[in-house]
Ligand binder design. Structure first.
Ligand code: IPM
Ligand code: MG
Length: 356
């Protein structure tokens, strides 16, 4: 059965990093991978073409696809649009529309890049964390929300932090199962000392842990987790947390590895359908300069092959090629150090293809 993929290049550096991932995908297809793909716009690109950040054309293609590969969305040009028209809303809308509640954000340090981290090499060497972030609930989607004028005639901003039991349970299961396949340690991050929503979160994680006796569950307040991530990051194996805490902690975790340009992510629904995207943004400052690091996008393709296409052999092939090019010393600017070979975005694509 042919796998149908939707490709959403997006904005900023999105098109150039996606172009490199597509060269890898084309190579896999030429070598027998049974997949085809079609392009659609998302974010600012979609606003330019259709006047909406997640237009019907894109909705139809993504709903019908087995998996979606996304570059990045957003740019200064769109920051003054009405909120519902902004690129970020397109990203939130596709997550909600496809019910992609489970966001997996690995932070893995490649041994070759130990010096690229701003932390001491001994603090980060061997780092391998998986952040499981809930993606379709929390203060990101809770109602009421908005900016209105209150009884005192003053403007007031409102957002609502909200999680139901079923939402917590389903992300908890994903996290416990991920921990079972890894180091069997799960840290649930909350702010239960202040926020009732996360008090419920904490209780439910404890209840769920009865079903996973082989996984050691711990709890940590989010402020402490932020500190521990830079103090002693290797204490973590799998971290599970809500949408807003996960947004922040995953950016922080990414820098432990030297560059956010190395980190892929997967956002999955209950059936394994997924949206795969680099953890970084659209980097408008370097867009169009063929400078961006395409590896996070290529690693997102690896996750797509592994989780949505169940093709471990192809995933492994691309992953190995990436390790090879890093060992050969190829580096884009974000991970460059003296003695290495500086390459462009497409130059990194060339190197990965050659290593395959
Ligand atoms: C992310 C991003 C998004 C988020 C933005 C662009 C809406 O920061 O994927 O982490 O906050 O989820
Ligand atoms: Mg973020």
């Amino acid at each position: 059965m042919t796998h149908h993929l939707a490709i959403l290049p997006g904005d900023g550096i999105g098109p150039e990093i996606i172009a490199q991932a597509i060269r890898i995908l084309d190579k896999l297809i030429a070598d027998g991978l049974d997949a085809d793909y079609q392009y659609a716009p998302l974010g600012g690109a979609a606003y330019d073409e259709y006047g909406a950040p997640y237009p019907e054309f894109t909705q139809n293609l993504c709903r019908a696809a087995d998996a979606v590969l996304l570059g990045a969305v957003g740019g200064p040009k769109y920051d003054t649009l009405d909120r519902p028209l902004r690129p970020e809303r397109g990203l939130l809308a596709i997550r909600k529309d496809l019910n992609l509640f489970a966001n997996l954000r690995p932070a893995v340090l490649y041994p070759e890049l130990a010096n690229a981290s701003s932390l001491k090499p001994e603090v980060v060497a061997g780092l391998d964390i998986l952040i499981v972030r809930e993606l379709t609930g929390d203060i990101y989607f809770g109602e009421p929300r908005g900016i209105h004028t209150n009884a005192q005639g003053e403007r007031e901003g409102v957002n609502t932090m909200r999680y139901s039991e079923s939402e917590i349970r389903r992300i908890g299961k994903i996290a416990f199962e991920a921990a079972q396949k890894r180091g069997k340690k799960l840290c649930s991050v909350d702010k239960a000392n202040v926020l009732e929503t996360t008090e419920l979160w904490k209780q439910m994680m404890t209840e769920l842990s009865a079903d996973y006796p082989d996984v050691a569950l711990t709890h940590m307040y989010v402020d402490n987790a932020a500190m521990q991530l830079v103090r002693a990051p290797k204490q973590f194996d799998v971290v599970v947390t809500g949408n807003i805490f996960g947004d922040i902690l995953s950016d922080q975790a990414s820098m432990l590895t030297g560059s956010i340009g190395m980190l892929p992510s997967a956002s999955l629904n209950e059936t394994g359908k997924g949206l795969y995207e680099p953890s970084h943004g659209s980097a408008p400052d370097i867009a169009g300069q063929n400078k961006a690091n395409p590896l996070a996008t290529i690693l997102s393709l690896v996750m797509l092959l592994r989780y949505s296409l169940n093709n471990e052999a192809a995933a492994h092939r691309v992953e190995t090629a990436i390790s090879t090019v890093l060992a050969q010393g190829y580096r884009t600017g974000d991970i460059f150090e003296d003695g290495c070979r500086l390459v462009s975005c497409s130059g990194m694509g060339d190197a990965v293809l050659a290593a395959m």
